[in-house]
Design a protein around this ligand. Structure first.
Ligand SMILES: Cc1ncc(C[n+]2csc(CCOP(=O)(O)OP(=O)(O)O)c2C)c(N)n1
Ligand code: SF4
Ligand SMILES: [Mg+2]
Length: 307
């Protein structure tokens, strides 16, 4: 996908002596594409999309310097609906794609948006390695606690006892804890949002993108069609905000304790944040890969050897 027609780069003609016209401020309309989501009514993906776009406006992220990467799933259609560079890859593989893009161009803002199955199931090892490396990317997980696109099978975050076509007697597995995973694996910004608290989510995304290092933002997302446990009413009864409870995200002990909270009350907000060198800044790179000259590179010997 291309970020648009490039009009925002066109210089504005000025009359000699007059002040230059102010640069155009990025608005929501500038991020709109011609495609429309086909998600079910009340699907939480709508608000996550809005939260990302609103965060891009707040951050004034130019579409030509932003890449949105997804995998395969209901929510993974998101890059189609944001006018920026987009890559809808394979199920489980958005983090490797994002890693490659960031290493090739570390000036690019790279945002991954993918489902809980995609990120915590088939793609879990990629997530683990990227968090450990502290790549400066933001991963937003559309966590509906179910496989939506493939018609409602249980996922790694499904509630124990969740009945689905693949667990007709109810899942017997303990769900994975994304906050605990993020903190222990080395992510340097670990947060959880909720799609029906969209301005709160937007703030978490803004701070996550600004953060220099790996940001994991798990986002609760009601799946109105296949998840009849974690509904809007259910979230209303259980969620509270960490910032209202005086949580200190700089304290790892507090962060781990909050990550373990699951039951009557479940926290959302920023669990943990700290700074350490990013992967990109730790490797020697004279210039970003994409800027390196390739005109005089001769690969004929290599082709002869392997061709
Ligand atoms: C390698 C591979 N394995 C399995 C699938 C089938 N598949 C597509 S989407 C999906 C699960 C989607 O669930 P999730 O990632 O949670 O996204 P959601 O649809 O819930 O947004 C699966 C198993 C696939 N496309 N590719
Ligand atoms: S199946 Fe669930 S996740 Fe997929 S579009 Fe419908 S409500 Fe959203
Ligand atoms: Mg899912």
């Amino acid at each position: 996908m291309q970020p648009g027609d490039g009009k925002e780069n066109m210089s504005t003609e000025t009359v000699s002596g007059a002040l230059p016209a102010p640069a155009k401020k990025l608005g929501l309309a500038d991020l709109t594409t011609k495609e429309l989501p086909t998600w079910c009514l009340a699907c939480g993906d709508f608000n996550i999309l809005y939260g990302i776009k609103q965060a891009m406006v707040d951050l004034q992220l130019s579409p030509e310097n932003t890449l949105i990467v997804s995998g395969i799933g209901c929510g993974s259609k998101t890059p189609h609906f944001i006018r920026a560079y987009g890559f809808e890859g394979l199920h489980g593989r958005p983090v490797p794609v994002a890693t490659g893009a960031k290493l090739a161009n570390k000036d690019l803002t790279v945002i991954v948006v993918a489902g809980d199955g995609d990120t915590y199931g088939i793609g879990a090892n990629h997530l683990l390695q990227a968090m450990r490396r502290n790549l400066d990317i933001t991963v937003i997980v559309q966590n509906n606690e179910v496989y939506g696109l493939t018609k409602g099978q249980y996922s790694p975050t499904s509630t124990k006892g969740f009945k689905s076509s693949s667990t007709p007697a109810g899942s017997v597995e303990e769900p994975l804890n994304p906050m605990l995973l993020g903190i222990s694996a080395g992510a340097t910004y670990v947060a959880r949002g909720y799609s029906y608290e969209v301005m709160h989510l937007k703030k978490l995304i803004v701070e996550g993108v600004r953060h220099k290092g790996f940001s994991l933002i798990d986002c609760f997302q009601p799946c109105s069609t296949y998840n009849k446990i974690n509904t809007i009413d259910w979230y209303k009864q259980h969620l509270y905000k960490l910032e209202d409870a005086g949580h200190n995200p700089g304290n790892v002990g507090q962060a781990l304790a909050k990550a373990m909270e699951w039951g009557e009350k479940i926290p959302i907000g920023l669990f943990f944040r700290y700074l350490r060198p990013t992967y990109e800044d730790s490797i020697e790179q004279k210039m970003p890969l994409w800027q390196q000259p390739i005109d005089n590179v001769d690969i004929s010997a290599m082709l002869a050897k392997f061709g």
